[in-house]
Write a protein of this length. Sequence first.
Length: 78
Amino acid sequence: MTNGGKQLRELIRARGFRLGAVAKAIDVSYETMRTWNHTAPIDKLIKISDFCHIDILDIINCFRSDRSDTATDPLDQN
């Protein structure tokens, strides 16, 4: 199982945002964000999406339990 929180943090950093600034913007502590390993509150994920301009589906995919680095979406296989 992948660590969704780590993937989310990498996604945020890749967009040029600092985690502390994002945490403040969504009204949580940096430490709280660091505890999100396999799940996170959906309202906070939506706020991250809005603040960082990241598609909400990309954020949710960080936490999908059936996701692996080599998995493909069955809908993409036509």
